[in-house]
Design a protein around this ligand. Structure first.
Ligand code: SAM
Ligand code: DTB
Ligand code: SF4
Length: 331
């Protein structure tokens, strides 16, 4: 395996630059001095991307609440009483209106999310129409609908879906503490099907679920060892929602979140690393550090799925202060 000295002033620390990552190697990255870690991440970022450009994805919940899975973090699980109202699937017109507004505001990708364990045949017919319509506007399309079978991935590919989002969420070892209704292997199988159908893979996880450092490294190693690794890697900071089992989870040190972004950048050099859920609770300074650590994508627009996200004006102001610009504006 090729190795190279990890960073200026970090003595005798060798890390792999190609090939598979062991959990131990990823953990070594997490344990680097902060400045060494960010320096290395920024170097790699600059080798592959314009460091001042940010890709903007807007989310829309096309089917909200009442989900039959028991994900401990999720306000939409039917297992938790969170006050999120179950709603039937949005009409095509409402989706087109939302996509046009997102495009107008500067987003280049539109991501449609549904609170399903997996879509039904009927659901798929509606989603296919939505994907075609959004693609027809000239936006990139993404969907996150739960588990998929081979026929469904093929249907989505034919409809013109560019990305499918399906998160590993955490490491295999910690996973059982968070979700009991779906296996880790189910997630890997769906990702493999998406890949086989020829769509881009969007997969990441959540930081701050109570995982330890080894488990956090385990998530990144899993993602980085997918062959090939995902084109898009959302790193979410747990949004603590009243009524979920994780509502009282201890606060994550924001610098540990920044570290996770840097480690994702180093281990997946050409991926879009998305600074995802949790930005509303984050200071501008921490977000700036995330961009320095190699994040080059955000969810853009006032709403994630059921929880809030910074207003477009706040994001535009932050981008201006940092001299950053949207992918749709310049690439
Ligand atoms: N139901 C589908 C599924 O689980 O694949 C798609 C929607 S689900 C809400 C998409 C992702 O949102 C989850 O995998 C999780 O990573 C993220 N997510 C959900 N609730 C969250 C929360 N409270 N904080 C951070 N991320 C969250
Ligand atoms: C992802 O990794 N994060 C997004 C998107 N993919 C679908 C969802 C975040 C959801 C946060 C909680 C909510 O708004 O319901
Ligand atoms: Fe359902 Fe997805 Fe929420 Fe899990 S994360 S409860 S699968 S909507």
């Amino acid at each position: 395996m090729n190795t190279q000295t990890i960073a200026f002033h970090t003595p005798v620390q060798k890390i792999p630059t190609v090939g598979r990552w062991s959990v131990e190697e990823v953990e070594l990255l997490f344990n680097l001095p902060f400045a060494d870690l960010l320096y290395r991440a920024q170097q790699i970022h600059r080798e592959h991307f314009d460091p001042n450009q940010v890709q903007l994805s807007t989310l829309l919940s096309i089917k909200t609440g009442g989900c039959s899975e028991d994900c401990g973090y999720c306000p939409q699980s039917a297992f938790h009483s969170t006050g999120v109202e179950d709603r039937k699937m949005l009409e095509l017109d409402a989706v087109i209106t939302a996509a046009k507004a997102a495009q107008q505001a500067g987003a280049d990708r539109f991501c449609m999310g549904a609170a399903w364990r997996e879509p039904s045949k009927e659901d798929m017919l509606s989603v296919v129409e939505m994907v075609k319509a959004v693609r027809g506007l000239g936006m990139e399309t993404c969907a996150t609908l739960g588990m998929l079978n081979d026929a469904q991935t093929e249907q989505l590919k034919q409809a013109g879906l560019d990305y499918y989002n399906h998160n590993l969420d955490t490491s295999p070892e910690f996973y059982g503490n968070i979700i009991s209704t779906r296996d880790y292997q189910d997630r890997l199988d769906t990702l493999a099907r998406v890949r086989r159908a020829g769509m881009h893979v969007c997969s990441g996880g959540i930081i701050g679920l109570g995982e330890n450092l080894t488990q956090r490294a385990g998530l990144v190693a899993q993602l980085a060892n997918l062959n090939p690794y995902p084109e898009s890697v959302p790193i979410n900071n747990l949004v603590k929602v009243e009524g979920t089992p994780l509502a009282d989870q201890a606060e994550l040190d924001p610098l540990d979140f920044v570290r996770t972004i840097a480690v994702a950048r180093i281990t997946m050099p050409t991926a879009r690393v998305r600074l995802s859920a949790g930005r509303q609770q984050m200071s501008d300074a921490i977000q700036a550090l995330c961009f320095l650590a190699g994040a080059n994508s955000i969810f853009y627009g006032e709403q994630l799925l059921t929880t809030g996200n910074p207003e477009v004006e706040r994001d535009r102001a932050l981008m201006d202060r940092l001299g950053m610009y949207a992918f749709a504006d310049k690439h």
